[in-house]
Design a protein around this ligand. Structure first.
Ligand SMILES: Nc1ncnc2c1ncn2[C@@H]1O[C@H](COP(=O)(O)OP(=O)(O)OP(=O)(O)O)[C@@H](O)[C@H]1O
Length: 706
């Protein structure tokens, strides 16, 4: 061999080795970044626990025993029961109220629908003076003020919609203590932008009349949260200016990082922290494969709603774009579902009108963008359907969490198509950890084995809890099969290498088109959806990666070779794709059962209504006792005691009288679920038959595969 050849060969080897080392460096750098993040999280936590004389999440001596006896106990019980109509506290509520009443700063992380409002509203009533509540959205504020006013609690708001006269009277109350003002809601902009307001607030404080400060949706403070609001950043001024006034910050979701961040931003390092579980046991989570044909998806959604719910049971459908919202709402209407779109392009009146009709049960479904988000106070949302992917686990948890805030069984369904990923990734790649967050939710969607609930626990760093079969993967896990697609992956990577060598670029969908042709030549049997899924999986596992390029009109996402691609090419890594034999039918079965149960109960409920009408002139408190509530009570499910007590509390508060209470209780006892159970058993049998048939088909097709 010529010297030149020897050198050239060695050079090639060295270059290959350098490439290998660079790949390793990249992986290590990523790992280092993750470790730095965790390090700063842990340092902040350590600092917070050193600083705080109170331990995180619980008392350690008598003084810190938040569930002990306090002088305000009987007053608190009186207000809870007689004013709010709530018969018992939920987990952590009493402790939180006691900590606030003791003058401590408090951080509350409690799942959606957990009952956060009571934690600041009750102390606001018990403490002398005015409580200031900062809340991010007008609609949320309006709902809260309306609700409190209906209970006879003097609550007001100071927002862009407040008229001059009302503003004057609120300022008078703040400054001079005149008039009746107990709870004042403001948006964060009021704190950051209105000097006049801050000066009035100061006067209120100086006169000893600022009783507490509540920061709702506190995750908006943190850039690491999923809904950062710049105006929330300036809320730290409240603690600086009013250091002795207790601050209570509340949110449904906050990772460790967000928690430490918001404690720092709000200047409450010594706060007592109450973290409740993120688990929402009443929510059934499922993911369905989304057809590439838009009409098919809407047909399926319509069928799901028709099958599962009666007209008065409402839900939300989330879409990616405004145009999509309008289209989906229109198609749902054509299918006989009362639906309307909701997005930021509509004027405020039109939006409010849609929201109102939906809240009053006159509209069954709102088809919204994420603009229809925080501030939805409707407790009986029975289903949340995602027509498109959310941008992170946190956003999905929040959005789907709008279902079932009343604690009753509700369903969260996400339609996922791998081909939708680039659309989202080109929107989020510039955000802090945007891609990482997106890929987490994509993993959630792609997995056909992992418990959906456990993904939430992992994401929020919470110990795992039993899912009780309340997700599609737990309910139907044995339908899944793993297919070795290593050779398909090699073809994809090689093809992409060729493309890159020719200085060309491909989007995910273009790549899929090319592979489809190539696979046909190779006699491969993966269909288009499966190839899409494989490409996305290769991106998640860093065998491929996404790159972005801005044009004048948009940001395009391209797919390129990832840092670990070589491992596949060299046969060091095998690639497996999870496959099922078809759509999971669990929702359909539950829904058939559910709608039949509802109709049986509806008949009985009508009987009850007739009887009650003789007492109350035909007005039955439907909001107090829905068909589903009765169904739950009669089936003696978990939660039923709380529900029954809640109903009793409400009936008492709303003065429907003892006769109704008696009838309700009697009715709840007598509703008989036997018929329902029988139907359920029949359906289970049918489901088992269907499953074994599907497995057979699966085995046959996988034999072909190998
Ligand atoms: N102890 C309780 N017993 C029964 N019902 C309760 C209790 N506490 C609160 N609720 C009810 O639970 C529902 C949800 O409460 P709330 O609106 O405070 O939830 P939240 O935690 O603020 O939820 P989100 O994060 O979704 O806004 C309300 O209808 C409220 O009246």
């Amino acid at each position: 061999m010529e010297t030149e050849d020897i050198i050239a060969e060695e050079l090639q080897n060295v270059e290959a080795e350098i490439q290998g080392v660079q790949d390793q460096i990249k992986i290590l750098l990523d790992q280092q970044e993750r470790l730095y993040e965790r390090q700063s999280e842990l340092q902040a936590l350590l600092e917070a626990s050193k600083d705080s004389s109170y331990p995180v999440n619980g008392p350690s001596n008598a003084e810190e025993n938040w569930s002990g006896i306090f002088e305000w106990d009987s007053r608190a019980n009186d207000v809870r029961f007689n004013l709010f109509g709530i018969s018992t506290y939920r987990a952590n509520q009493r402790e939180i109220i006691n900590a606030v009443m003791s003058g401590r700063d408090v951080l509350v992380i409690m799942a959606a629908g957990g009952g956060k409002s009571l934690c600041y509203q009750l102390p606001a009533i018990l403490r002398d003076g005015v409580a200031l509540v900062v809340s991010p959205l007008l609609s949320l504020i309006q709902d809260q003020v309306m609700g409190l006013s209906a209970l006879g609690i003097p609550a007001h708001m100071l927002t862009s919609t407040t008229n001059k006269e009302e503003e004057k009277s609120i300022y008078k109350s703040l400054e001079k203590g005149e008039g009746d003002l107990k709870i004042l809601y403001v948006t964060p902009e009021k704190i950051s932008k209105s000097k006049r307001f801050m000066s009035k607030l100061e006067k209120c404080h100086n006169a000893g009349r600022l009783s507490l400060i509540s920061i709702d949706e506190a995750h908006c403070c943190s850039q690491w949260g999923h809904d950062f609001r710049p105006d929330y950043k300036s809320l730290g001024i409240l603690k600086t200016q009013f250091p002795k006034v207790p601050v209570i910050a509340l949110t449904a979701t906050a990772t460790q990082k967000v928690q430490s961040d918001l404690m720092e931003m709000l200047h409450i390092p010594r706060c007592v922290k109450f973290v409740s579980t993120v688990n929402r046991p009443n929510l059934f989570y499922m993911v369905r494969e989304k057809s590439s044909v838009g009409k098919v998806v809407v047909d399926e959604i319509a069928e799901f709603i028709h099958h599962s719910y009666s007209d008065h049971e409402s839900g939300i459908v989330y879409c990616f774009s405004r145009k999509e919202c309008e289209q989906v709402a229109k198609e749902l209407r054509e299918k006989g579902i009362s639906a309307h779109h909701y997005h930021a392009d509509m004027d405020a009146n039109a939006r409010e009108n849609v929201h109102k009709r939906w809240s009053n049960g006159k509209l069954q479904v709102i088809v919204g963008t994420v603009a229809f988000g925080m501030g939805i106070n409707k407790p009986d949302v029975r289903f949340v359907i995602h027509h498109s992917l959310s941008k992170s686990m946190e956003t999905y948890y929040q959005e789907s969490g709008r279902a079932g805030r009343d604690g009753l069984p509700s369903q969260c369904l996400l339609y996922f198509r791998p081909g939708d990923v680039p659309r989202q990734s080109s929107m989020v790649f510039y955000e802090n950890s945007g891609l990482q967050n997106l890929y987490d939710i994509v993993r959630y969607c792609q997995s056909k084995r992992q418990c959906r609930r456990s993904s939430f626990f992992r994401h929020f760093a919470e110990p795992l809890q039993d899912c009780n079969g309340m997700c599609d993967n737990c309910a139907f896990s044995n339908e899944v099969k793993e297919l070795d697609v290593s050779r398909h992956a090699k073809v994809i990577i090689s093809l992409l290498q060729d493309v890159q060598e020719n200085d060309q670029r491909l989007t995910v969908l273009q790549l899929v088109d090319k592979i489809k042709i190539k696979h046909k030549e190779l006699g491969s049997e993966l269909n288009r959806e499966e190839i899409e899924k494989l490409v996305i999986q290769l991106i998640l596992d860093r065998f491929l990666k996404e790159e972005f390029q801005h044009t004048a009109y948009a940001t395009n996402a391209y797919v390129t070779i990832g840092p670990l691609a070589k491992q596949v090419l060299q046969g060091k890594r095998s690639i497996k794709l999870e496959m099922t034999s078809g759509q999971k039918k669990v929702a359909g079965m539950r829904s058939v059962k559910h709608s039949r149960a509802s109709s049986t109960l509806e008949l009985k409920l009508d009987e009850l209504r007739k009887e009650l009408s003789s007492v109350h002139g035909g007005i039955f408190p439907h909001s107090v006792l829905s068909t589903q509530q009765i169904s739950l009570i009669s089936a003696q499910k978990p939660n039923s005691m709380e529900l029954l007590e809640n109903i009793i509390g409400k009936v008492k508060t709303e003065k429907y009288g003892s006769r109704i209470l008696e009838q309700v209780t009697k009715y709840a006892d007598s509703a008989q679920p036997d018929e329902v159970k029988e139907e359920e058993e029949n359906e289970n049998r049918a489901s088992k038959r269907l499953k074994s048939k599907k497995q057979l088909i699966l085995v046959e097709s996988s034999d072909d595969e190998s």
